[in-house]
Write a protein that binds this ligand. Structure first.
Ligand SMILES: Cc1cc2nc3c(=O)[nH]c(=O)nc-3n(C[C@H](O)[C@H](O)[C@H](O)COP(=O)(O)OP(=O)(O)OC[C@H]3O[C@@H](n4cnc5c(N)ncnc54)[C@H](O)[C@@H]3O)c2cc1C
Length: 425
């Protein structure tokens, strides 16, 4: 009996889950087996953790989508395990099951591999972060900040919000992807706006206490200069402080942050986005650039190992490290895999190749959000910034429908979301 081709997907968050689910739009279980490996048993809906923190709700209760039940629907296997090593020559992946300690390692083989493992968020590389830093990137840090804000830890002093320096690779870089000094700067802007609103409602002041900082020449430069100019004018008018070109965080202390360029910011509360660093076992692999990000072409496959794909933050071409870019890429990867498996023609598979757009809904507090849709940073002509209550509703609704659909957002709905954002509201 002929064995079915095996698609192995490493990582089951935004990029990995979406690829896994959309392969099944084209390829039936009897024609290919699909396996997803993730060390966690659930998808973590990172972008909305901040909203939960400010409303004093536990993000662990609302932002986790269990993976096995949704993948079962597609007859896709889920393995809860840590990926330890990838051998692209022998097409083998070494894993260690993480459900219980004491497991033995195992080896999985593949015909097609999708690397959707995200990156390490390198808080551990920031001197003083453990003692004096806060962030909103997961349930642990989210709840730490929630308790600090809502249980009297924060006394109403100055606040600094910004990013450590990002270190992008250059080997095999796609021409239209610029070099960035910060990995993901929508969140610092969102945190600043919504936290200032929270402070106002808790009679602790407002924007005048908050300084937003960036290692780069311009914060959130991937949104395009005109949009950032508008955002900075609005933020400046509200009283926010802004510091740029700080290069990197040197040290976080009890009373503030020192930067690599010699400047410092006084702050009681320091909310940090770190460097996005590739996983150690990826560094040195022939599919990766000099930093460990996976090199791909516009089909999101590695040029030298065309059976290896990357999507989401793990891919070198995903800059900024934005979930919406990984989400969009996953439709492309699913179609490419479907072609490899004989379910789509070349024309159908290549109907859309990677062409990045920044799409970002950011909470501003008071039931409002900003919406950015832009590709000018990559040489395109879309440059849209809007704000209002309907965008907040869309941000909340996206999470609700994402969970209801088990992470399988139909392509038309994804396109319709940005079309509505651009045209109607
Ligand atoms: C505070 C914050 C706010 C953000 N807000 C937004 C936003 O509003 N909009 C937006 O578009 N993006 C936002 N982002 C960015 C977004 O979260 C990421 O771009 C997105 O999560 C990337 O998805 P991914 O699937 O590529 O990687 P990840 O989400 O990082 O998922 C990687 C998966 O791989 C698993 N994994 C990692 N290593 C291993 C291993 N060795 N073995 C097994 N499994 C492993 C992890 O458990 C995880 O499930 C935000 C990020 C942060 C930190």
């Amino acid at each position: 009996m002929k064995t079915k081709p095996h698609v192995l997907i490493l990582g089951g968050n935004f990029a990995g889950l979406q690829v896994a689910r959309h392969i099944r739009d084209h390829v039936k279980p009897e024609d290919a087996s699909v396996t997803v490996v993730d060390k966690r048993s659930y998808l973590l809906f990172i972008p909305n953790i901040l909203m939960e923190i400010l409303e004093n709700k536990n993000p662990d209760s609302s932002m986790q989508l269990p993976l096995a039940p949704v993948l079962d629907k597609d007859e896709t296997r889920f393995i809860q395990a840590e990926v330890l090593d990838i051998d692209v020559e022998s097409k083998k992946v070494t894993i260690q099951p993480t459900e219980r300690p004491g497991t033995t390692t195992d080896v999985l083989t593949y015909d097609y591999l999708v690397i959707a493992l995200g990156n390490r968020l390198a808080f551990d590389k920031i001197d003083g972060f453990a003692e004096h830093g806060h962030t909103v990137s997961d349930g642990f840090y989210g709840n730490k900040l929630r308790h600090y804000l809502h249980e009297g830890g924060y006394k109403g002093g100055p606040i600094a919000i910004g990013s450590a320096r990002f270190h992008q690779g250059t080997k095999g870089k796609l021409d239209f992807v610029p070099m960035a000094k910060a990995a993901c700067e929508g969140p610092p802007v969102e945190i600043a706006l919504s936290l200032a609103s929270w402070m106002k409602h808790h009679e602790m002041g407002g924007p005048e206490k908050v300084t937003i900082f960036t290692p780069a020449d311009l914060i959130a430069e991937d949104a395009g200069k005109n949009i950032v100019k508008q955002l900075l004018e609005i933020a400046g008018g509200m009283g926010f402080g802004y510091k740029n070109k700080l290069e990197d965080i040197k040290q976080i202390g009890k009373d503030g942050i020192e930067f690599a360029n010699g400047e410092s910011i006084e702050a009681e509360l320091k909310i940090i986005l770190p460097d996005w660093v590739p996983h150690e076992f990826l560094k040195g692999l022939p599919i990766c650039d000099e930093k460990g990000f996976v090199i791909t072409n516009k089909q999101l496959k590695n040029p030298d190992y065309p059976e290896v794909y990357a999507a989401g933050d793990a891919a070198a071409c995903t800059v900024p490290k934005l979930g919406s870019i990984g989400h969009h890429q996953s439709y492309i990867v699913a179609r490419q895999l479907a072609r490899d498996l004989g379910a789509l023609s070349d024309e159908e598979a290549d109907s859309e190749l990677y062409s990045p757009e920044v799409i970002c809904y950011g909470d501003m507090g008071d039931g409002k959000a900003f919406y950015i849709h832009s590709n000018v940073w990559y040489g395109g002509d879309i440059e849209i910034l809007k704000m209002g209550k309907l965008y907040y509703d869309l941000k909340v609704a996206f999470k609700t429908s994402y969970f209801a659909m088990g992470g399988k957002v139909p392509y038309w709905q994804w396109k319709m979301g940005s079309w509505m954002g651009d045209k109607i509201l």
